[in-house]
Design a protein around this ligand. Sequence first.
Ligand SMILES: Cc1cc2nc3c(=O)[nH]c(=O)nc-3n(C[C@H](O)[C@H](O)[C@H](O)COP(=O)(O)OP(=O)(O)OC[C@H]3O[C@@H](n4cnc5c(N)ncnc54)[C@H](O)[C@@H]3O)c2cc1C
Length: 440
Amino acid sequence: MHSIRKRPAIDGQLGWFETSPSSHTSIGQRLTGQHRFDFAVIGAGFTGVALARRLAELHPQTRIALVEALEVGQGASGRNAGFIIDIPHNVDGGEADAAASRKLHALNMFAIDRLRGLKDRFGIDCAWQEAGKYMSAHESAHIGALETFAEGLKAAGFSYEFVEGAALSQRLGTDYYKAAIYTPGNVLVNPASLVRGLAASLPENVSVFTGSPVTACQYGAPHVLAFADGTLRADKLVLTVGSFSEAFGRVRNRLATLFTYASLTEPLSDAEHAAHFSDVQPWGSTSAHPAGTTVRYTPDRRIFVRNTFHYRPSLHASDADLRAAAAHHRQSFEARFPMLARKPFAYTWGGLISMTLNHHSVFRRESDNLFSVVGCNGVGVAKGTYLGHYMAEFMAGMPSAAIDDIAAGSHPNWIPPEPIRGIGAAMRLRRELAGAGGEV
Ligand SMILES: Cc1cc2nc3c(=O)[nH]c(=O)nc-3n(C[C@H](O)[C@H](O)[C@H](O)COP(=O)(O)OP(=O)(O)OC[C@H]3O[C@@H](n4cnc5c(N)ncnc54)[C@H](O)[C@@H]3O)c2cc1C
């Protein structure tokens, strides 16, 4: 048996989960006893949930297990910034040419349409906002990055708007940013609510097991998964465990797993809202610089801030890490919203991003009846949704142009093992941060 030593934990106070209307409803049950399934999917993030649904649609007569260590919505899928990104941006640059961008856009739009359809069909209350997205710059030095982004958008035929000065301040309720590129197709959500709603509405032939970390596994026919109080055997197994993939002894030397952190304030008071945000609609902004700060103004009138990266091979964020991140968040928050300087954060948490060096994903057959999907590179709400969906079709031997496009983008570069990996990550993070200036 391969023992799984690194397992997910709750890193901080998970703001989206805690404020989700469904946080008190239980989804699934703890796995105890002996079980036998046709398919097992480990990891109930956006990837695993999309995969389990598509497997159930394609194989209605089979039994499918979806297994999650935490509660659904407590993993990275419920800790992120909640952008369902339609247009490749600087976190997921890939090949810069227009044809590649259009292909990526088509896959992202497939995911957004699918998620929207499921949200409507099952009445998932996830603060879904067709709000678009700003990519914003504070410093003149970074306006060039916006111009480069705009050139790429133009070449690929995507619509966008360049907004600056007073017009931008009016839309955002802060005059911190000099300019931004607004693209209309992005959707903003409470990601914990969305992934929970998706898991709760899976077809009947999917059994969801939560609070059930896999502690060991033996790959074979069948695959055997061990839990604290039970065992699960499955003929086909898919790993959608994100940054924990290496812990399962697969996807070695491909993923750079980084912690990044987020904070969420209490809702603005009526007086704060009336004074500063009465004409401001909910918005989300990523930064013109990859190491810059992501900010949102949510429909329930909270401010969300995300920045800071740490490389932590333990895959846990310490209290000291969380305190350091919260201090960075406060600085970024007060720089943007000096009029709200006393507004405290109600929640601060950390979450893992699984990056690959060339932004490719892992979408592959590991061996007979064993598959891996990972490497969402910080854009996994849309990407995980389409990779999960198409992995089920790939397993069923259903060829398509979409699968060809995914396969072409699934050759992640080799990453050296420790200690070189850690040294490289620290150097890269230092270099990125040094260039980000006031975008943080
Ligand atoms: C702070 C932050 C902000 C981000 N912002 C955005 C954004 O705005 N938009 C966007 O698209 N992406 C964003 N991302 C990235 C996004 O969250 C990921 O790309 C996405 O969660 C990947 O989904 P996944 O299902 O592949 O993996 P995960 O969400 O990581 O799901 C894997 C699951 O596997 C489970 N698991 C692991 N080990 C075991 C085990 N031993 N037994 C059982 N279960 C196990 C984990 O608990 C986890 O729930 C952000 C990430 C962070 C951390």
